[in-house]
Design a protein around this ligand. Structure first.
Ligand SMILES: [Zn+2]
Length: 325
């Protein structure tokens, strides 16, 4: 280690919430004479107040901030970006694949809606799927105000920014990155690794509107991070992760055992659609948390198919799953 190097100073901005996420976390970071923000909470007065409090408490002003880096394009990570930029124009960095999502590009959003329409239909979701597609259409119009009003500077694997290395960690979301300071082992991990809940590997299309096996991506991203000498991870929600390697192991085991439970359901019910598997596994949550539940089940079905543990046949335009052996 370079004896002149000093570890980055992290000033956490932890905004509590009554939801299971516990908190919305974002971070003011001082490193190599630069001050920058990693993520930006929700677009709420509360997040704005907590942000200003942390700035002031540590003797900083808004004008001292050199840039903003976004770990991914979820709205609980991009919230106050526009408000900061309206007062102080600075560069905003994010993964190169997040540009359409951050800009809420209409063509992309329509492609995304088409993707979910055919996915839910193939997975046997019938009217629940149609209801969800209508909700997506409504949200696409309503949430236009969330578009980030800045030219995003694109990042990719291996880029260096303010003394941190960009690590692509798709899975929870296709444009997810983590930021590693190799000297100290500090990882600013976004939603890649959360202590108290397992991150959802949400089903999403890629930039062209095509299918991705997000759970398998997430597994690869977890394994990739296991190979780095991590000392601590600063997450997007909940407590700071003091033993990231142990948590990665736990998450990988969790994926494995959930997949096995889902494989057993298929082997008992076969042939069955993804919607039928979801109703068996999640019961009433199939109605109350439809999109999350389907995301989980479809993620595991793609994974099991990838491992040749299940197979599928199309009948009346719906996929029917079978267990292999
Ligand atoms: Zn997220």
């Amino acid at each position: 280690m370079n004896i002149n190097s000093t570890a980055p100073i992290i000033y956490p901005i932890i905004v509590p919430t009554s939801s299971t996420l516990l908190s919305f976390n974002f971070y003011l970071v001082k490193n190599q004479d630069k001050l920058f923000l990693v993520d930006a909470g929700l677009d709420s007065e509360k997040c704005w107040l907590y942000f200003n409090h942390v700035l002031k408490e540590n003797g900083f002003k808004l004008n001292d901030i050199n840039g903003i880096i976004l770990t991914h394009s979820h709205q609980d990570h991009t919230g106050i970006v526009n408000r900061v930029l309206s007062l102080h124009e600075i560069p905003v960095y994010a993964h190169q694949s997040s540009l359409d999502r951050l800009a809420r590009n209409e063509t992309f959003l329509n492609k995304r809606i088409d993707f979910f329409r055919s996915l839910y239909s193939e997975m046997g979701c019938k009217e629940m799927g149609e209801k969800q597609v209508k909700l997506l259409q409504k949200k696409a119009k309503q949430n236009q105000y969330q578009a980030i009003k800045a030219k995003i500077l694109p990042l990719k694997e291996g880029d260096r920014i303010y003394g941190f290395k960009v690590i692509e960690t798709p899975g929870h979301w296709p444009d997810h990155i983590a930021l590693l300071n190799p000297e100290s082992g500090i990882l600013l991990g976004g939603d890649h690794l959360i202590q108290h809940i397992s991150s959802n590997a949400l089903i999403e299309p890629d930039e062209l509107g095509k299918k991705i096996s997000t759970l398998q991506q997430y597994e690869r991203s977890l394994k990739k991070c296991k190979d780095y000498a991590l000392t601590v991870t600063y997450p997007g929600h909940g407590e700071i992760v003091e033993d990231p390697k142990e948590l990665i192991k736990k998450r990988l085991n969790g994926i494995e055992s959930k997949s096995e439970k889902i494989r057993k359901i298929i082997s008992n019910k076969q042939p069955c659609t993804a919607a039928q598997v979801a109703q068996t596994y999640y019961e009433h949550k199939y109605d109350s948390e439809f999109s999350l539940v389907m995301s989980e089940i479809i993620g595991h079905l793609y994974r099991l198919e990838g491992l040749n543990k299940i197979s599928k046949k199309q009948k009346n335009s719906e996929w029917h799953y079978y267990s292999c052996g």
